[in-house]
Design a protein around this ligand. Structure first.
Ligand SMILES: [Zn+2]
Length: 185
């Protein structure tokens, strides 16, 4: 389940920062990041070579009967008793039209639009999270799009997203990730 997770520090080296909410110095949390959609991760190495492609932001799998198209996105999980949020790096599948539109505008600094996407990663400690409907919101300035799960979809992950999780739960998730993977050199 954690095989395709990578551990990544934020680009700037300052992992400590003064918080604009409370004025205290905080240690930044690492993002919980998946390097591929679960559908890609479950292919064998031969299958990946034969009918799939992936880079940092796009993934396609060409099955004989259909093509699946995925893009890399961000989800911000609110933490109730903390100034910081827990960031997820995830993948969603898009329709062919949405995928092509996103790809065509990938270097457009000013593109702000919305797509429909299905969450495409298995997240630990939840029932199947790969069938959660989301709204994908593209961001100006070439930031990765943010996803918002559909609030009316009955799922513990959606409930947590809207109600927030505790600092204890956020740290549990981070520690679990750090225990299961080695830092990428
Ligand atoms: Zn703070």
């Amino acid at each position: 389940m954690y095989q395709n997770m990578i551990w990544k520090r934020k680009k700037d080296k300052n992992i400590e920062f003064r918080c604009s909410e409370c004025g205290q110095i905080h240690q930044d949390w690492p993002a919980l990041t998946y390097s591929s959609p679960s559908h890609y991760n479950s292919l064998t190495e031969d299958e990946k070579k034969a009918f799939a492609s992936i880079d940092t932001d796009f993934c396609e799998i060409w099955y004989s009967e259909q093509t699946d198209r995925f893009i890399r996105v961000v989800l911000i999980q609110r933490v109730i008793d903390n100034c910081m949020s827990l960031e997820y790096g995830l993948w969603v599948s898009l329709s062919e039209n949405s995928f092509n539109d996103y790809k065509a505008n990938f270097n457009n600094q000013n593109q702000e639009t919305k797509y429909f996407g299905w969450l495409s990663n298995y997240l630990p400690d939840y029932d199947d999270t790969t069938k959660i409907p989301t709204t994908v919101i593209t961001k100006p300035g070439n930031q990765r799009p943010e996803i918002i799960p559909h609030e009316d979809f009955e799922h513990d992950f959606v409930r947590d997203y809207y109600h927030g999780i505790t600092t204890k739960e956020a740290e549990k998730r981070i520690n679990k990730m750090l225990d299961n993977i080695k830092p990428k050199q």
